[in-house]
Design a protein around this ligand. Structure first.
Ligand SMILES: CC(C)(COP(=O)(O)OP(=O)(O)OC[C@H]1O[C@@H](n2cnc3c(N)ncnc32)[C@H](O)[C@@H]1OP(=O)(O)O)[C@@H](O)C(=O)NCCC(=O)NCCS
Length: 183
């Protein structure tokens, strides 16, 4: 397997992780108008309601079509779109990918991101990848907790490897390996 271009629908105890769909239009439009889109939707998200349908049918699927990754929606079993999770920077030859995620402010603190990360990591292994990386700036305490709660191992720090609006930051690198999965 060397592509993310296959149907995916991951079910966890509380969540469904699946591609963004046109049926998400109204919820995505609400996220855009409330300003919560910046964390509940992946990079490349629409900035105006008029852009939502085009993003749902085309834009959000560009990463998957490129082969380098995939953006997926995190939805509760009640159908509420609570966040997004992505695999990106995938190197199929070496079997490495990186996970990224965000949860809407209203839904944080319930363990949603770790639950989705665990599911997506195992899915990545099922596609033949063997290493999932997770990178975060040290100042992002919540993201560091996600790495720990999802069972990732801290490997080291890339110094001044990330530029944010307020300047350069170090990047902490965590990973989970396929042979660390406990059945
Ligand atoms: C990082 C993020 C995805 C965590 O998602 P989550 O579903 O809230 O994850 P958890 O519920 O496991 O909480 C993780 C930590 O967030 C903190 N937290 C708890 N409740 C919180 C709340 N209501 N609001 C903000 N942070 C909270 C706690 O430190 C918690 O760790 P703990 O469970 O050991 O106390 C979320 O905070 C987010 O979307 N942040 C902005 C985007 C981002 O930083 N993405 C990662 C980039 S590397």
């Amino acid at each position: 397997m060397t592509t993310f271009d296959i149907p995916v629908r991951l079910e966890t105890e509380r969540l469904i992780v699946r591609p963004h769909e046109p049926v998400d239009h109204d919820q995505v439009a609400t996220l855009v108008t409330t300003g919560d889109a910046s964390t509940a939707l992946p990079p490349g998200r629409p900035s105006a309601v008029e852009e939502v349908m085009e993003w749902l049918t085309e834009g959000v699927h560009g990463l998957r079509r490129s082969g380098a990754g995939v953006h997926l929606a995190i939805v509760t079993k009640d159908g509420e779109l609570v966040g997004g999770i992505s695999l990106h920077g995938t190197d199929w030859e070496t079997g490495i990918t990186e996970v990224g995620y965000g949860v809407g402010p209203m839904f944080r603190g319930q363990g949603i991101a770790p639950e989705a990360v665990r599911a997506v990591t195992r899915w990545a292994f099922s596609l033949g990848l063997h290493r999932v990386e997770l990178r975060t700036i040290p100042e992002n305490e919540a993201s560091r907790r996600v790495a720990a709660k999802a069972g990732f191992t801290y490997e080291g720090t890339l110094r001044q490897a990330q530029r944010e609006d307020d300047g350069l930051h170090d990047l902490l690198v965590f990973s989970f390996l396929a042979d660390e999965v406990v059945a």
